[in-house]
Design a protein around this ligand. Structure first.
Ligand code: SF4
Length: 399
């Protein structure tokens, strides 16, 4: 928990809202006086799902479970999505997996990563202020040594893990305690009532009877969590009544789409994103249907600018806004969030986007191997070049 008063320093009518704020200066042991150079994102994931896009986080923990027991985490540092068009010194980066941390050492190791970024992160140039640039400047090996020295812990060789997928799973999933969790697809995270789609009212009705809790996912979706077996039917009835079960009828690409807000909300947007998703998705569905691929799961991301809030550099297909109606078409990330995509076409409009994808879907349908994902096919068929940065574990203890 932070010791800082920063969160309490809220002013209303000229007076500080929280009494804490008027206390004498508090020494914050981790942030110090300077805080961090920029935002800092932390993710945790339990294989085989990578639903938090762990390698897009500044610091990521991949749970390692051995003989049914959580023994610790593989530690990933330096992931991040943001970039600037035309500036090759800024780039998306996958986190580097630098070692396995025993459970007892996790907090100490995490604090060391944060304080290293506090002390060595770039404070002169805001665009280089994220941890990913510090890691590339000083080296992942340097970080590993420094973490061990600062925290007094050992980073062991990385332990093998396996991800099946990123993105969310929909429908009912049973948890370890026997309770159930219902994953619902919420397009672009907009939980609002529309004339033909009263989603917000539906969720309110569920909230009246639900004794568990609600979780927002990293993919703009929602989980009705901790439902007893006896309550599933009641919730199912409401989900159906209010049209919250759209995931059942959505194409594979829709189930795996994320769009950032962009226009009109975001002042940095160069092109539409959230409002463009419902425009282009029916056209993509039509193309996929034409080639017998409507059910194929494909990770699709749209961002209104290269800052990458929808994590577009991890999309098997991604559109990154350049100007109104114009996007970079990026292709070839994998389905697990372990490989970045590459630019396939720059600054093209919708007609060109659809023409390119039509041809690629046709080839994919004809040439793919069994269970081969679209991004993997594009790489194997050498339609795209190998991305220049791949996540390469230092040393795998077991394979
Ligand atoms: S990616 Fe989207 S939400 Fe993020 S800054 Fe760009 S336009 Fe705004």
């Amino acid at each position: 928990m932070p010791s800082t008063n920063a969160y309490a320093e809220i002013w209303l009518d000229g007076e500080k809202v929280d009494q804490l704020s008027s206390n004498a200066e508090v020494v914050e042991p981790i942030y110090g006086k300077t805080y961090l150079p920029r935002k800092f994102k932390i993710g945790l994931t339990i294989p085989p799902t990578n639903d938090v896009d762990i390698f897009a986080q500044d610091m990521g923990f991949i749970a390692i479970v051995e003989d049914g027991r959580l023994t610790g985490f593989n530690l990933s540092i330096g992931g991040g999505m943001g970039a600037t068009h035309g500036d090759d010194t800024t780039y998306a980066r996958l986190g580097s997996v630098i070692g396995f941390v025993e459970l007892k050492d996790v907090i100490a190791a995490a604090e060391a990563v944060i304080t290293l970024q506090r002390d060595h992160g770039n404070r002169q140039e805001r665009r280089y202020a994220r941890l990913k640039y510090t890691v590339d400047t000083l080296g992942a090996e340097w970080f590993k040594e420094q973490i061990e020295a600062r925290a007094g812990v050992t980073l062991h060789p990385v332990k093998a893990w396996y991800f099946e997928r990123n993105g969310d799973q929909y429908g009912w999933i049973q948890g370890e305690n026997g309770n159930w969790h219902l994953g619902l697809r919420i397009n672009s995270g907009r939980l609002i009532d529309r004339p033909d789609s009263p989603l917000l009212t539906g969720l309110r009705e569920i909230a009246k009877i639900h004794t568990g809790h609600f979780r927002l996912t990293c993919n703009q979706n929602l989980i009705v969590a901790d439902v007893a077996s006896a309550d599933k039917k009641k919730i199912d009835a409401l989900v159906e009544q209010y049209g919250l079960d759209s995931y059942k009828n959505q194409s594979g690409i829709r189930r795996n789409t994320i769009a950032c807000v962009a226009l009109p909300t975001c002042a940095l947007a160069m092109a539409e994103s959230e409002r463009y998703a419902p425009v282009i998705l029916p056209k993509l569905d039509a193309l996929l249907d034409k080639h017998g691929l409507l059910e194929q799961e494909i990770v699709f991301r749209i961002s209104g600018c290269p800052n990458g809030c929808s994590r577009p550099y991890l999309g098997e297909i991604a559109l990154v806004g350049r100007a109104p109606g114009r996007y970079d078409l990026r292709l070839g990330a994998d389905f697990k969030g372990e490989r970045l995509n590459v630019v396939y076409q720059q600054n093209i409009d919708e007609t060109e986007i659809l023409n390119h994808l039509d041809g690629l879907f046709q080839r994919y349908a004809a040439e793919r191997h069994e269970a081969e994902y679209f991004g993997d096919y594009l790489l194997r068929a050498q339609i795209i070049a190998e991305p220049t940065q791949k996540r390469i574990p230092l040393v795998l203890e077991t394979v």
